[in-house]
Write a protein that binds this ligand. Structure first.
Ligand code: FES
Length: 152
C-alpha cells in the first residue's frame, strides 16, 4: 500500500491543477476554416473536449457539442444561421450558437410524423425524462489564423 505524506499529496494536487489550467490557457487548433462553410457546423475534438464549430455571417463560434440535455451531438442537429440557433436532433432542445445559452427545452413527445410509443412505454419514458435538466452549453473563445480555427 502506497504511503502518502502531506507534501507529496500537495505536490501531486498542484501538478494536477497546473496541467488542467494550462489546457485552457491558450488557443488550440480545432480545424481548417475552409472545412466549415458559411451556415454549417462541424464536430471537432480538442484536448478531449467535443466542440461544435459553426460559421455564421462570416464569423466562427464554438460551443460544447454534447447537448446539455442527454449528450447527443448538437452538430448532428439543425443550424438556423439567421437566428443564431442550433436545434438538437434528438429531442429538439435549442441553444444560442453564440452564447451557448439554452433557448428552448427539449420535447418529451415523439416528433411529428413518428408513431406514438405504446402507452406503458410512453408513461415510463415520460417519468424518467421529466426530471432531467437541460443546461446551457459551454462556450469557447475562437480565433482564426492562417486558415486555422483555434479555440480555448
Ligand atoms: S439530447 Fe439534445 S435535446 Fe435531448
Amino acid at each position: 500500500m502506497k504511503n502518502y505524506n502531506n507534501k507529496e499529496a500537495q505536490k501531486n494536487m498542484w501538478e494536477t491543477l497546473s496541467v488542467s489550467n494550462q489546457r485552457n490557457d491558450y488557443f488550440r487548433d480545432a480545424c481548417k476554416a475552409d472545412e466549415v462553410p458559411e451556415g454549417s457546423m462541424k464536430h471537432v475534438e480538442v484536448d478531449g473536449r467535443e466542440i461544435l464549430i459553426a460559421k455564421v455571417d462570416g464569423k466562427f463560434y464554438a460551443i460544447a457539442d454534447r447537448c446539455g440535455h442527454m449528450n447527443a451531438l448538437l452538430s448532428m442537429g439543425h443550424l438556423e444561421a439567421a437566428k443564431n440557433k442550433v436545434t438538437c436532433g434528438f429531442h429538439g432542445a435549442q441553444f444560442d450558437i453564440i452564447t451557448g445559452q439554452k433557448l428552448k427545452e427539449p420535447r418529451l413527445t415523439p416528433p411529428e410524423g413518428m408513431d406514438p410509443l405504446p402507452e406503458k412505454l410512453s408513461e415510463f419514458v415520460y417519468k424518467m425524462m421529466n426530471p432531467i435538466r437541460t443546461y446551457d452549453q459551454e462556450r469557447y473563445e475562437v480565433k482564426v489564423e492562417d486558415n486555422m480555427v483555434k479555440v480555448k
